[in-house]
Structure formats: structure tokens, C-alpha cells
Design a binder for this molecule. Structure first.
Ligand code: GDD
Ligand code: MG
Length: 361
């Protein structure tokens, strides 16, 4: 089987992390975001994976090559000279996606869930339509593509409305599809939106179905949702693979800690925290609902709450970080500093308080 991951875009909504690292390589639960997807595709029997990118992919090529062997997949980079949107990349990768008659998967690179690809393929093959969209329910559907059903035929999609201005329903496109190769014939080789241009044609042809996702789902393309997605992911790990969670008298609730991290026994970590490789957490530090990326240090008696600490950063002693604060790569926060909702660009040193949401350049 084959799969294409839409990796384009600059990940601007996940700045400052994406100023130094392409979004798909930002670690979610201590592994590059895209690796969660590559692994799930491989487990479902996919052998050919296309990564559709619209920037120079050198860093990604280097990082991902080693996983081809590990997961037994071939990874091809399909590079656009201008951004081709969410449908154009399928046309560009036509050769690989049409190499046999079997349907192929398409994934938005920023969605996290339990990826039920096998069940999706079975469902798709059984209904006989040209495409199937994975659907999930959300409270705030206006940010997404909304699916409206045919009353007579269960799961047949009657309308697809991308980013609706008026409420039409709360079942949304989870950003995961399986499509027959012939769908590529509906796409022209130019910037095209699959949501706005291709899906409406399939709806018209009564050939687009939806498959209900079980369990959690989150688009983790912005900091607030990245943290919320981490919480959901950790509770799913707690249910399925509890052995992956950290244990200890200084750990509360669902926490993942890389084995190379050093955490003081008098620190208190959790719930809902991930701590990356080579991190150091000092005496009496308190961390909750936060993501600490590789090689970062939180010194003694600091509180880190609802915060993402980028790589190679240092938080001093007696600091307080909260309110969806995000530190970029190589940031230094001096002792006793308060940051509430600050987004700190890479290589900065912070020596005055940031009491309100602000971008620190
Ligand atoms: N290769 C390539 N080229 N990829 C692109 C391009 C492009 O020009 N533009 C966007 N992408 C990728 C993004 O990197 C992302 O993985 C995916 O296409 C979707 O783009 P987003 O910018 O994240 O879209 P969205 O989150 O506003 O909406 C989409 O996702 C929702 C689910 O999270 C839509 O598919 C919605 O219908 C859906 O509900
Ligand atoms: Mg998105």
C-alpha cells in the first residue's frame, strides 16, 4: 500500500519552535511528529510513503533516511517549486500513487490520533466509493472542514464545507483520507485545495464516504493545541501501554521521561508532562502540563506550567512560566523571571518579566 503525507507549509502557527526545526520534526511525546504517522502507516502495511514538501527538505531527508530501514518503508520526497495546496501534491506524486490499482492514504502532517488505517482500508474497500474521509467530532467546527451526511445512506457525504462561517454540523474532517487512484484524474497540476475543489466533485458523484474515528484527535499545529494533544495522547498511552509512562515518588499522573534525562528526587513532575533527552530538572522544581524538549534545563524551585520549552534552553531558579509560554531553541531565562504566555524567539536571553502574551524578539 501507499501513503502521502502533506508536509508543506512553514508551520508559522507553531513558531518559535518552527523557526529552527521543520514542523514535522518537532518532537511530540519525544518523537518527531511525523514519525508517529510513518510508524502507523508501516504497521498498516504501507511500503511506499511520499512526503509532499514545498521547501528545501535537506534536514528532513537526513533525519528520516534512517527510519526507512527501521520501518521497512521507502520514503520519497516530492518537492514542489511553488506550494501546490492540499490536492496539487497528489498530482505531482501521481507516478508513485498510481503505481498499482490499490487505494492510497493521505494525511495532514499535524494531526495526532490512534490512526486506524487498517480499519479505514477495510471500510473503504467495502463501500465501493472513490474516497473515504476520517471524521471526528469537535466543539468548535469553524476552524475545520465540516461533513454533512446523506439522510438515506449512512456514511455517504452529502456536503463538505471547509471552514464554515455558519454552523452546519460538528463532525469534521480529521485530515486523514483513503482515495482510489482515479481521484488523481480530478486534480489539475496547479495549486489546488482538496477540501474546496476535489471533495465537492466526489460528493456530487455520490462517491465520498466518512469513517468515524474512535478515541482522541487533535490538530497539534499550534502551541495551545500541541499541549492539549499531549494531554490526550498521554491518557491514551496510559490506557494501552502503561509501561511507557514514568514512575516514581516525584511523578504525578501521566508523564513520559527520556531515560537520559536527570530529574531531582525533590522535583515534582506531572500530570501531563513530556521530558526529552538530556534534560535536567533541579531540586524542588514543579512541572505540569508542559513539554520540555531535548537538552534543556529547569533550575531549582522553578514552576513550569502549560509551557513548551524548546531545545537547548535554560530556565533559571525561582522562575514561573505559564499561560502557553513557548521558548524557542537556545533561550536563557534568568533567575526569578515571570513569563505568562510569552513566545520567545531562538537564542534570546530574558532578564525582565513578561506578564502578558507577547512575542519576544
Ligand atoms: N505539500 C504541501 N503543499 N502541503 C501543504 C500545502 C502545500 O502547499 N499547504 C498545506 N499543506 C499541508 C499542511 O502542512 C498540513 O499538513 C495540511 O496540508 C493541512 O494544512 P493546514 O494548513 O494544517 O490546514 P488546516 O488545519 O487549516 O485544515 C485542514 O486540516 C483540518 C484538520 O486539522 C483541512 O484539511 C480541514 O478540512 C481539516 O478539518
Ligand atoms: Mg492543520
Amino acid at each position: 500500500m501507499k501513503g502521502l503525507i502533506l508536509v508543506g507549509g512553514y508551520g508559522t502557527r507553531l513558531r518559535p519552535l518552527t523557526l529552527t526545526q521543520p514542523k514535522p520534526l518537532v518532537e511530540f511525546a519525544n518523537r518527531p511528529m511525523i514519525l508517529h504517522q510513518i510508524e502507523a502507516l508501516a504497521n498498516a502495511g504501507v511500503t511506499d510513503i511520499v512526503l509532499a514538501v514545498n521547501y528545501r527538505p535537506e534536514v528532513m531527508v537526513e533525519t528520516l533516511q534512517k527510519y526507512e530501514k527501521e520501518y521497512g518503508v521507502s520514503i520519497t520526497f516530492s518537492v514542489e517549486t511553488e506550494p501546490l495546496g492540499t490536492a496539487g501534491p497528489l498530482k505531482l506524486a501521481e507516478k508513485i500513487l498510481k503505481k498499482d490499482n490499490s487505494p492510497f492514504f493521505v494525511l495532514n502532517s499535524d494531526v495526532i490520533c490512534e490512526y486506524p488505517f487498517k480499519e479505514l482500508a477495510d471500510f473503504h474497500n467495502a463501500h465501493g466509493g472513490k474516497g473515504t474521509i476520517v471524521a471526528t467530532k469537535v466543539d468548535e467546527p469553524s476552524k475545520y472542514g465540516v461533513i454533512v451526511h446523506d439522510i438515506q445512506t449512512p456514511n455517504l457525504i452529502d456536503r463538505f464545507v471547509e471552514k464554515p462561517v455558519e454552523f452546519v454540523g460538528n463532525r469534521i474532517n480529521a485530515g486523514l483520507y483513503i482515495l482510489n487512484p482515479e481521484v488523481i484524474d480530478l486534480i489539475e497540476m496547479k495549486p489546488t485545495s482538496i477540501e474546496k475543489e476535489t471533495f465537492p466533485i466526489l460528493v456530487e458523484q455520490k462517491s465520498l464516504y466518512s469513517f468515524d474515528l474512535e478515541g482522541f484527535w487533535m490538530d497539534v499545529g499550534q502551541p495551545k493545541d500541541f499541549l492539549a494533544g499531549t494531554v490526550l495522547y498521554l491518557s491514551s498511552v496510559a490506557k494501552k501501554n502503561e509501561e511507557k509512562l514514568a514512575k516514581g515518588s516525584n511523578i504525578v499522573g501521566n508523564v513520559i521521561v527520556d531515560p537520559t534525562a536527570k530529574i531531582s528526587p525533590s522535583a515534582k513532575i506531572g500530570p501531563n508532562v513530556t521530558i526529552g533527552p538530556n534534560c535536567v530538572i533541579g531540586d524542588g522544581a514543579r512541572i505540569e502540563r508542559s513539554v520540555i524538549l531535548a537538552n534543556s534545563t529547569v533550575k531549582e524551585h522553578s514552576l513550569v506550567k502549560s509551557t513548551i520549552i524548546g531545545w537547548n534552553s535554560t530556565v533559571g531558579r525561582w522562575c514561573r512560566l505559564e499561560g502557553v509560554t513557548v521558548l524557542g531553541d537556545d533561550v536563557e531565562v534568568k533567575d526569578e523571571i515571570y513569563i505568562n504566555g510569552g513566545k520567545v524567539l531562538p537564542h534570546k536571553s530574558i532578564s525582565t518579566n513578561v506578564p502578558q502574551e507577547a512575542i519576544i524578539m
